[in-house]
Structures are given as structure tokens and as C-alpha cells.
Design a protein. Sequence first.
Length: 78
Amino acid sequence: MEDGAELIMINKFSTQEANGIGLRDEMGYAVLAGIPLLTAVGKRFLPEWENFTGGDGCLLEPTLDGVLAWWDGLTGGR
């Protein structure tokens, strides 16, 4: 992350992250560093995700078009 990453992708926010372990710290670091974070969150963990993000996260449709539209919105389509 310290080498100027434009995007961080982490496979999922799940049990470990909901319990404050796993890759939760890395997710938080990415966001604090201003690096967009893309991850999957199961419906079961949405309350924990909302708590973790303070409601600042953006929920996407789990499709390529949804992800590309999100990325284009962040980058201006560059």
C-alpha cells in the first residue's frame, strides 16, 4: 500500500473481520490512506460492515458492470 496503490482488493469482509481480526486492520489502513477498497460483504455481515465503515461504504451490485461503474465514478473514467 505504501507504494502508491490505486486500488486495494480484499476477498471478503467476513467472520474474522467482523470480530476485529483477519484483514480488518489492512482494510482500515487502505481507507485512511485514501485508497479505494473493493471487497465482498455477505448480507449476514452487513450490520458489522456498516459499523466498521460508519456508513461511508458504497454497496455495489455484484456484477462487472457495477464494479466498473463504481471505478469510473472514482477515477473519472481514466
